[in-house]
Design a protein around this ligand. Structure first.
Ligand SMILES: [Zn+2]
Length: 254
């Protein structure tokens, strides 16, 4: 009796197991079948939003100087810190206009942006003032821009993030005439502190403070990319530069 009951239970258990196996196999096949849909955007994401980082000045152009500290060295140090932490921001593909003490014209810097199909352009500068009391960080956009447009929102995201990362005085986003009027992608210059003010100059040459600036800038760029919904450009996309002209990314078919 006991044995008969056991064997009569075996059939329903086997049916349940067989049904479970079928469900797992069917859903497994469905998951594999649907993978191409999911992998298309993720492979684009690997490419990242192309962001040109431009450490201003270089070579015989030292930028602002004070007490032997040169703007060109501070901007390059911050850019090199950003390069070192790029892996922490996988949604961004960083392109640097220079990674050594090289002199470059604005045209050469913009050519890098054009060749690399840049989607965002951010220059790094250091501020200077006649009185050794000015403090803080500010981010500039060209005077063609108004609060709420793409360049202004980009500048605002970077400004807020760098101020948060450094606890420096917030001088806000300002518009002024510049060569950036030639760029039709969102572009800004962040001025990361006053070389002319002793306490801020000391911070600007401190590697840990440079780290904070670099992380703040990258987080700000990432915040803008998320809030504005910027997605990596397709390889064949042409990038408008120099008002009215377009440039094809390097290495793509005409
Ligand atoms: Zn400068």
């Amino acid at each position: 009796m006991k044995k008969a009951a056991q064997s009569s239970m075996r059939l329903p258990i086997m049916l349940v197991v067989a049904a479970a196996v079928i469900v797992v196999v069917v859903f497994g096949i469905r998951a594999i079948w649907h993978k191409p849909d999911a992998s298309t955007p993720s492979s684009n994401k690997t490419a990242g939003v192309v962001v040109v980082i431009d450490p201003a000045h270089g070579g015989s152009d030292g930028g602002s100087t004070a007490e032997g500290v040169l703007e060109k060295n501070v901007t390059l140090a911050v850019a090199n810190k950003m390069s070192a932490m790029a892996a922490s921001f996988p949604g961004l593909k960083l392109v640097f206009t220079r990674n050594s003490d090289t002199e470059m014209s604005d045209a050469e810097r913009f050519a890098v942006a054009s060749q690399q199909a840049a989607q965002l352009f951010l220059a790094i500068h250091v501020n200077a003032f006649g009185q050794p009391t000015a403090l803080g960080i500010e981010t500039l956009v060209d005077s063609v821009h108004k609060a709420g447009d793409a360049s202004w929102s980009f500048a605002d995201a970077v400004q807020k993030s760098v101020v948060a990362a450094t606890a420096a005085k917030d001088r806000g986003v300002k518009a002024q005439g510049s060569a950036f009027s030639r760029l039709t992608i969102p572009a800004a210059s962040t001025l990361v502190g006053f070389i002319s003010t002793p306490e801020e100059r000391a911070k600007l040459i401190d590697p840990e403070y440079q780290d904070s600036i670099a992380r703040g800038i990258l987080q700000g760029v990432a915040n803008y990319v998320t809030s504005a919904g910027v997605t990596p450009a397709s390889a064949t996309q042409t990038i408008p530069l120099d008002n009215g002209q377009t440039a094809k990314p390097a290495g793509t078919a005409p």
